[in-house]
Design a protein around this ligand. Structure first.
Ligand code: SF4
Length: 358
């Protein structure tokens, strides 16, 4: 008998086709989707509302293959980092980030999950631990959705926002990303508002245009980290392939096709590398022309890399320079700093441990 399909990566259209081929209808597919994504069942035999005649072929062809939780760091009210093991023994990680508490003590219901899209990464951004070992493989759409399902099950939380900022370059795994987005956004799926779903990319210009052509749009974040080619080249090797003008041309296309979606320019601030006031001014001009936001992130030390974080005072000066030029700017306080939340760090530690015990 052929291997069963992990149903977590299956869309409503695919499942409808399956039931119709068995003499069933879209209503049978809808019943299954409801159990999978609204009730978050972890075993396919827990599907409710189907007759034995419909259940039998479903169980014969599909299964739910949940990801194995290997480690959880963090506590109930803080950022929680999950390390998962996949069916082939590889590791990926995801982070659950609750909304921060406002000064008046109130807390919004926002619950964000940062997901991975690949095992490892081929893009080698210089600040990132995920790229250190190169790319191993793409995650399937089932493995992407599996991260959300496992976190929901483990934490009991309702996920309101999803960001593709974990391990991997999501736009380099476009087919599976696209399918996962359909499931995340679909009313029949996880039903998360498109604006609350963000794809982050190192800057794959042609794929940004492809993402812009999707019917249902999502927000976009760009790992920019340099406002001209000379500076960006030092941090982002991808810039040698798609240089900054080509990147911004693709961003303009995205903006024109997605009037309501947000474009954020992420800028990790590294002492003596990209933190000059001249860079801040160039960055502000680019952001202004695009109508984008800037998110300044003081550098988070990565084991094995030599870069340093600028002084707090300099970080504020850099941020204020952009703000004063009329661009909406935030400076992110790295919530996961104390639990190795920079992408790839937990996974690398686990892999080293495995290697030591072999
Ligand atoms: S930042 Fe993202 S694209 Fe760059 S190496 Fe890390 S995982 Fe890959």
């Amino acid at each position: 008998m052929s291997e069963k399909i992990n149903i977590l990566g299956t869309t409503r259209a695919e499942l409808t086709e399956f039931f119709e081929a068995q003499g069933g209808s879209q209503f049978h597919a809808a019943a299954v989707m409801d159990c999978l994504y609204k009730k978050n069942i972890q075993n396919l035999s827990d599907v409710e509302g189907l007759s034995e005649k419909r259940m039998a072929p479903l169980l014969e062809n599909f299964q739910i293959s949940p990801l194995t939780v290997v480690k959880v760091q963090g506590s109930e009210d803080t950022t929680r980092k999950y390390l998962f093991q996949l069916h082939d023994g590889r590791y990926v990680e995801s982070v659950l980030i609750p909304a921060s508490v406002a000064p008046d003590g109130s807390r919004s219901e926002r619950m964000t999950v940062c997901v991975s899209s690949q095992v490892g990464c081929a893009y080698g951004c210089m600040f990132c631990a995920s790229g250190l070992d190169g790319l191993t493989r793409n995650l399937s759409s089932a493995e992407i959705i599996g991260q959300l399902s496992a976190i929901k099950e483990h934490s009991g939380k309702n996920i309101t926002n999803v960001v593709f900022m974990g391990m991997g370059e999501p736009l380099a795994n476009f087919k599976n990303l696209n399918k996962a987005l359909d499931i995340i956004i679909g009313q029949w799926g996880l039903a998360i508002a498109p604006r609350q779903v963000t794809v982050s990319t190192s800057g794959l210009a042609p794929m940004i245009k492809k993402l812009a052509d999707r019917e249902e749009q999502v927000s976009l974040a760009i790992s920019l980290h340099g406002a001209d080619n000379a500076t960006r080249n030092k941090i982002m090797p991808v810039n040698s392939k798609w240089q900054i003008d080509e990147l911004f041309e693709a961003l303009q296309y995205f903006k024109e096709n997605n009037h309501n979606q947000r474009i954020t320019l992420e800028y990790i601030l590294i002492k003596g590398v990209n933190d000059s006031i001249e860079q801040a001014e160039m960055l502000a001009e680019r952001a202004k022309n695009l109508g984008g936001f800037v998110n300044v992130i003081p550098y988070n030390t990565v084991e094995g890399l030599e870069w340093e974080r600028p002084s707090d005072e300099h970080c504020y000066t850099f941020r204020d320079t952009i703000k004063n030029l009329g661009v909406m700017t935030t400076m992110r306080i790295e919530k996961g700093h104390d639990i190795d939340a920079a992408c790839g760090q937990l996974r690398l530690k686990e892999m080293k441990k495995d290697a030591e015990t072999v």
